[in-house]
Design a protein around this ligand. Structure first.
Ligand code: SF4
Ligand code: MG
Length: 325
């Protein structure tokens, strides 16, 4: 297979307990049967409202969270249940950039030590060679090598995220999971960081799993986009196709709230009316039926599955009407 990453029917369920006896009163279906693949040098945008399970997907891929079931393959090898030791060589190839660049940087370490630490831990360089490598990484992310001596608080939010990106690059990964990497940044800075990520991908050819809560942020960077709702992917397609021809009512509602002329501008409208139902014992049938303006009677009981080839959608409207196939 030419795919770098293949995720098949991934599930993460948590028991919900209550009372003195801690009896199980429900199950959180945080991720409920997610499948997708990611090619080398490709970016998949994974989009959904908070609580839809996208971060749990990301953490499962990195094996920071143990999935309940399903399979994760990296370069054709099943890594789902590898022991810590067996996983170690793969840890290098998968890195993450978190949402909050301040929380993920040790305030007592210099920026140079933060970026150099993974290289030292893996025994890849020491002394002057390590320092030269860190300086090179600083330049790659648009920081000056003399800033290596500074501490995280001496940098702006955007610069701190550049430090996190340099740290992720340090081990020459093949996959970088970006978990809302620009959500905590000023809008004016977001585009700079996204453009940096795009440039770095062009130079190094790694893949991104890029997580965001709205479509505007992934519009520029993604080759394909998957839209998640309550633990499931409801639509997945090439970026241009998804933006031109969204088929799932949830994707349509998300897109309606994206200002097309300036995708990173402040949103004008709320995403979708109504609250996301709880992932504890989620609705039967189509999980979106409580908010969908096209909901039919059968949507309450029949659960749509992803159908299609390049452009896949999970909606009963697309079944049997000829439109979806
Ligand atoms: Fe709406 Fe029904 Fe389609 Fe779900 S299956 S998105 S409720 S039309
Ligand atoms: Mg999250």
């Amino acid at each position: 297979s030419k795919m770098l990453l293949e995720v098949t029917d991934l599930r993460k369920h948590y028991p919900v307990r209550a009372g003195v006896l801690r009896r199980q009163v429900g199950t959180v279906h945080s991720v409920d049967g997610v499948s997708f693949s990611l090619g080398a040098g490709e970016t998949l945008g994974l989009v959904g409202e908070s609580g839809c399970g996208k971060s749990t997907v990301a953490r499962s891929v990195l094996r920071l969270v143990e999935p309940t079931s399903g399979q994760i393959r990296l370069d054709g090898e099943d890594i789902t249940h590898l022991s810590k030791t067996a996983l170690r060589p793969h840890r290098r190839s998968m890195q993450i950039v978190f949402q909050d660049p301040f929380a993920s940087l040790n305030p007592r370490m210099t920026a140079g030590d933060i970026v150099g630490e993974p290289i030292a831990v893996h025994g890849l360089a020491t002394g002057q060679a390590l320092e030269a490598r860190v300086a090179q990484l600083f330049e790659q992310v648009g920081l000056r090598p003399d800033q290596m001596r500074n501490f995280p608080h001496q940098f702006s939010g955007g610069q701190r995220q550049r430090i996190c990106i340099a740290r992720a690059l340090a081990l020459e990964p093949r996959l970088i999971v970006c978990d809302e990497p620009v959500s905590a940044l000023d809008v004016s800075i977001q585009a700079q960081v996204i453009n940096l990520l795009i440039d770095l991908q062009k130079q190094h050819g790694f893949s991104y799993l890029f997580i965001a809560h709205d479509l505007a942020v992934v519009a520029h960077i993604s080759h394909r986009v998957a839209v998640m709702y309550l633990g499931r992917i409801v639509e997945i397609a090439g970026k241009d196709e998804l933006f031109r021809n969204p088929r799932h009512p949830y994707t349509q509602a998300l897109l309606a709230s994206v200002p097309i002329a300036n995708p990173l501008a402040k949103k004008l409208a709320p995403l979708v009316d109504g609250d996301v139902p709880s992932p504890v014992n989620p609705p039967r049938g189509c999980a979106f039926h409580t908010r969908c303006r096209f909901a039919m009677e059968r949507c309450r009981t029949e659960r749509p599955v992803l159908k299609g080839n390049e452009h896949q959608v999970a909606c009963l409207l697309n079944e049997g009407t000829g439109r979806g196939q």
